[in-house]
Write a protein that binds this ligand. Sequence first.
Ligand code: NAD
Ligand code: ZN
Length: 358
Amino acid sequence: MYRVIKSVPKCLFGKGSFNQLGDLLEEKRRNSDSCFVFLVDDYFKDKPIVKRIPLKMADYIIWVNVDSEPKTSVVDSIRDQIKNSSEGLPAAVIGIGGGSVMDYAKAVSVMLTNIGSSSEYQGLNLAKNQGVYHIGIPTLSGTGAEVSMTAVLTGPEKKLGIKGEYTPFDLIVLDPELINDTPKNQRFYTGMDAYIHNVESLNGINKNCISESYAIQSQALCREVFLNNKITREEADEKLMVSSYFGGLSIGHSEVGVCHALSYGLSYVLDFHHGIANCIAFNQLEDIYGEAVSDFHKMVEKHNIDIPHGISKGLTREQFEKMTTIAFGLDHMWRHAFGPDWGKQVSKEKIIDWYKRM
Ligand code: NAD
Ligand code: ZN
């Protein structure tokens, strides 16, 4: 069976494009008296970008803390806060931040028009009603969350996305200036998410001509960003943003694989953010992804990046068991990587072995 893929219908791209946000919102204001809600990473609370957010009349900002990855409980409480405010349902939700805020904005948009807890919607096409108009403005590049059909959430039982046709943004603003001063390690961890998306997308049974085409171009851009000595920071920011975008489109048409399955276990149990969890796992996956992992090692060395090692030392049996159960349960990722009979090649013991290497 072929799958219908929905991506973002409108994309504004270019250095300084964030300055056009006010004009874009003006168009929306003409058709609605409701306010706009900006969900902004609280990292930016005292940063200059706040003054550039085009707030008008009853618009307001909700500061979002992403010390932990997005949780269903936080989505529910932001949704309640918005619904209980005197302004009621907004005309638009605008997310400004990294992949975590992108996912919060997508999930809140959907949950403003669907009843119950967001944990009930973790899965494919479970939302019945179209969400509130939503705009994504990434300040980190690599996750592809700006373009994907998924809002990845950790719920009481699982880490799984709300995925469906109401989830993708209606509009994204990709301004490379917004990622210009990201700290070295964070930029690398998130950037490597794009690199790993491509490696996994290309190595599995779900790949097709579209996913392959996006992945090859995304990979080329990513390699330029992290391996080319001559590239300027300005060029690198632009290319990294496009690499993230294409990488997100690629996995939309294909699937992620072994690294992501293991990484989800690490994030769930040890609270590592996605990018760094991927790097910890990918660092040890030369047996699966070969040369792509050797090149990853070159990038780590070139940029002098800290990748945690020895993280499994001192873990309890329960923690190993939970991590393994989370990873093993991601059937779609294993199936993509090893085919329908993946169970013959991957066992819980094998997963524990991988974790022990980290
Ligand atoms: P993030 O959003 O989790 O942020 C990481 C850290 O960087 C936070 O401390 C944040 O405050 C900070 N930060 C954000 N922008 C910054 C900037 N410009 N300068 C300095 N610091 C900044 O990081 P991420 O790697 O972009 O996103 C990871 C999240 O994305 C995870 O929750 C993961 O599950 C999700 N994800 C989603 C998809 C999807 O398709 N929806 C795909 C991959 C990952
Ligand atoms: Zn990822």
